[in-house]
Design a protein. Structure first.
Length: 362
């Protein structure tokens, strides 16, 4: 049974220009939403003792502490449970973070994106670089010793040296975790219809990514997943559960879950979700072949890679024989590297990982 929960909080003060996630500036619906969320949790959650809880968004830090408590009161967790809340720097103060700590939150993920104030303004962020620094200091003062900063690279007018400075500054704040993502302009965001000028091309984005690996590993961060770096002992246990292809609950508008071999999604229309939070928009029973492909796809996101013996045992196959041609090609050109337990993507392999992984899909 699932021991991990993702809870989507879809509210934002305003949408960032690059954002295509499901979020709405409809704060007047907060209590109705929390009531629907409580109804969904009460119906599906079986009081399993939880390993991780993750509040994502949107902007979860727009919830009042009392509202966060209403949700947490329904869940079976203790001090050993990793409880993460995503925050935007401009939405919190020291007292808010102190109260989060008191109600059981022990991991904070701060949306930074960049420390360049001009770029922050251009992409529609409502905070300054100083706000991020203050948020980190407040979190540390409140007792948080597991803090993540999120970054985006490949932003308008961003150069490799600018991104390098962002990472060096992040490291200087003595945080434990850094996530970074290349800018993708998806349908549904402001930039899709209003493309920004002076975007770094794919080659520069790739160089930024390789530079990040160089800087962060030199500074003592372990590169443990394609987009994630952590100090020893501070890997995101919640996200590792996804990449290990384990089950989890997803609660809230647009949330996805994986329970009893069924992947499901909730309505992304907030009115439809509020009208019936117990109705899944989609449900799909994962086939054996799909499970195998997910095991490979998700496993290769981890820098440790895939465990061939485990895959052979779980799926009754000979991995090296079944995928002999793919392994010959990608090991031969050093996009895949052999490990003690199987295979992993090399740094250059990561840059074309979608192309590589598509060759393992039937």
């Amino acid at each position: 049974m699932p021991r991990n929960i993702y809870i989507h909080i879809p509210f934002c003060k305003q949408k960032c220009k690059y954002c295509s996630f499901v979020s709405f500036p409809k704060l007047e619906l907060k209590q109705d939403y929390i009531n629907a969320l409580k109804k969904e949790i009460t119906n599906y959650y079986k009081n399993e003792k939880l390993k991780t809880i993750y509040f994502g968004g949107g902007t979860p830090s727009l919830l009042k502490i009392s509202e966060m408590e209403q949700i947490l009161s329904l869940l079976n967790f203790n001090a050993e449970t990793e409880v993460t809340v995503e925050i935007n720097p401009e939405t919190i103060n020291f007292e808010y973070l102190q109260s989060l700590k008191k109600i059981g939150v022990n991991r904070i993920s701060i949306g930074c994106q960049t420390f360049d104030d001009k770029i922050l303004c251009e992409i529609g962020r409502k905070h300054s670089s100083d706000d991020v620094v203050i948020a980190v200091k407040y979190a540390q003062k409140a007792g948080f010793d597991n803090i993540n900063l999120d970054f985006i690279y490949g932003l308008p007018n961003q150069k490799i040296e600018d991104f390098s400075k962002d990472l060096e500054k992040a490291v200087s704040l003595e945080i434990q975790h850094i996530s970074l993502y290349g800018l993708k302009i998806d349908e549904g965001c402001y930039f899709y219809k209003n493309p920004p000028k002076n975007l770094p091309d794919d080659d520069i984005q790739a160089d930024m990514y390789l530079k990040a690996i160089e800087i962060l590993t030199r500074q003592g961060f372990e590169h443990y997943e394609i987009s994630n770096f952590a100090k020893q002992g501070f890997q995101s246990r919640h996200n590792l559960n996804y990449w290990d292809n384990n089950s989890y609950y997803g609660f809230g508008c647009a949330a996805h879950g994986y329970v009893n071999g069924i992947r499901y999604s909730n309505n992304s229309n907030i009115d439809l979700y509020l009208a019936n939070p117990l109705c899944h928009k989609t449900e799909h029973k994962v086939t054996q072949q799909e499970r195998l492909e997910e095991e490979i796809f998700l496993g290769f996101r981890k820098i440790s890679g895939i465990n061939v013996e485990k895959i052979n045992e779980n799926f009754g196959i000979d991995f090296r024989k079944k995928y002999a041609s793919q392994l010959k090609e990608f090991v031969g050109n050093r996009y895949l590297l052999e490990t003690n337990t199987g295979y992993r993507l090399s740094d250059t392999g990561i840059l074309i990982s979608n192309n590589i992984l598509s060759e393992f899909l039937e």
